[in-house]
Design a protein around this ligand. Structure first.
Ligand code: TYM
Length: 337
């Protein structure tokens, strides 16, 4: 059996990038034969970049409801919240103690913060908390705790999975005594998506404020946000270049190859951008409208979400508790029994 695992940080409203880059491929992977799936809310990760308790609380519900609306079956998938698994931070500490500082110095998120500070001429570590710095270690703990083989993610997470592999190898080497505690995890990238562009063509991201919300705000907000996609100034009747057009890229991600070809031909024939946006809205909405009702029902019933998450955590802990006992013994904190 293959184990598939992925998480989403509840620090904002789920957007099309989360859906196409992680949720959709993860759910597809979870229904493959001989697959055990572990999907979770990375709520400890949310504390790193979000100091607003209400936003975390709201986002937690939105992301849980999104997973369930998108087709996650909590009877088949182990679906939980990171902070319900106390073994994860404990394990994360063990991993922190075997991870070199140099490895963390190379992490993209930390380096980006340092680069920005340097460009501004302020202290390189300005505004960098230790959570951000050791973020990839907590993520390694998430992945290794459940011995995941495959981690469906968008391209921005690849480096973190590489680091999880490094850390797993090091732990195996230091404490394995000939047996491997951990399999080496690999990213599962949907090559047709990899990095979904946002309104301005940069990667769709909460931090760029260029996201298209998945369910929140309903059809209306979906449509009005799509209308804000930046295009070139070509007028209706003028042929449009689909090469490098992020509007076209978005369309492709939500359509069959045939539908995308037809849309491309229309753009080459001079379809106006206004019309193109309408078609893009219709395409995306066709995929997500059937899920929206379920999303709204769940959002109106937070107790139900809580119940599902707690049941998932109980399942997850049947794995994390015995593993943690072994690990405590392996590093010398307890006697083996
Ligand atoms: P997060 O919450 O930033 O993003 C969740 C998932 O959405 C993907 N994603 C995208 N994919 C394609 N195009 C985009 N524009 C786009 N924006 C976001 C991300 O690649 C990610 O897969 N650290 C993780 C959460 C995490 C995790 C883990 C993931 C914590 N522990 C263990 C896997 C395994 C994060 O902050 O993702």
């Amino acid at each position: 059996t293959k184990r598939v695992l992925t998480g989403i940080t509840p620090s904002g409203t789920p957007h099309l990038g989360n859906y196409a880059g992680a949720i959709r491929p993860a759910i597809r992977a979870s229904v493959q034969p001989d697959t055990d799936a572990f999907f979770f809310l990375a709520d400890y990760h949310a504390l790193i970049k979000c100091e607003d308790p209400q936003r975390v609380a709201r986002s937690r519900l939105e992301i849980a409801a999104t997973w369930l609306a998108a087709g996650l079956d909590p009877d088949k998938v182990t679906f939980y919240r990171q902070s319900d698994i106390p073994e994860i931070p404990e394990f994360s500490w063990m991993l922190t103690c075997i991870t070199s500082k140099g490895l963390m110095n190379r992490a993209h998120a930390y380096k980006a913060a340092v680069d920005q500070n340097q460009a501004k001429g302020v202290d390189p570590d300005d505004g960098v908390n230790m959570g951000l710095y050791s973020y990839p270690i907590l993520m390694a703990a998430d992945i290794l705790m459940f011995n995941a083989h495959l981690v469906p993610v968008g391209r921005d997470q690849i480096q973190h999975i590489e680091m999880a592999r490094d850390i797993a190898q090091r732990f195996n080497h230091m404490y394995g005594q000939g047996k491997d505690f951990f399999v080496l995890p690999y990213e599962l990238i949907d090559e047709t998506v990899a990095t979904l562009p946002g309104l301005d063509g940069r990667k769709m991201s909460k931090s760029y404020d260029n996201t298209i919300p998945l369910f929140e705000g309903g059809e209306k907000l979906l449509q009005s946000t799509i209308n804000r996609i930046v295009t070139d100034s070509r007028q209706p009747g003028e042929p449009k270049d689909t090469e490098g057009s992020h509007l076209f890229e978005l369309y492709e991600v939500f359509s069959t190859p045939e539908q995308a070809e037809a849309f491309k031909a229309e753009l080459h024939d001079g379809l106006g951008w206004g019309e193109a946006k309408k078609k893009l809205f219709e395409r995306i909405n066709a995929e997500i409208a059937p899920m929206r009702e379920k999303y709204n029902d769940l959002m109106a019933n937070p107790d139900r979400i809580e119940e599902i998450l707690l049941a998932g955590a109980a399942k997850a802990r049947q794995i994390s508790m015995p593993l943690m006992e072994q690990l405590r013994a392996a590093v010398g904190l307890r006697s083996p029994h």
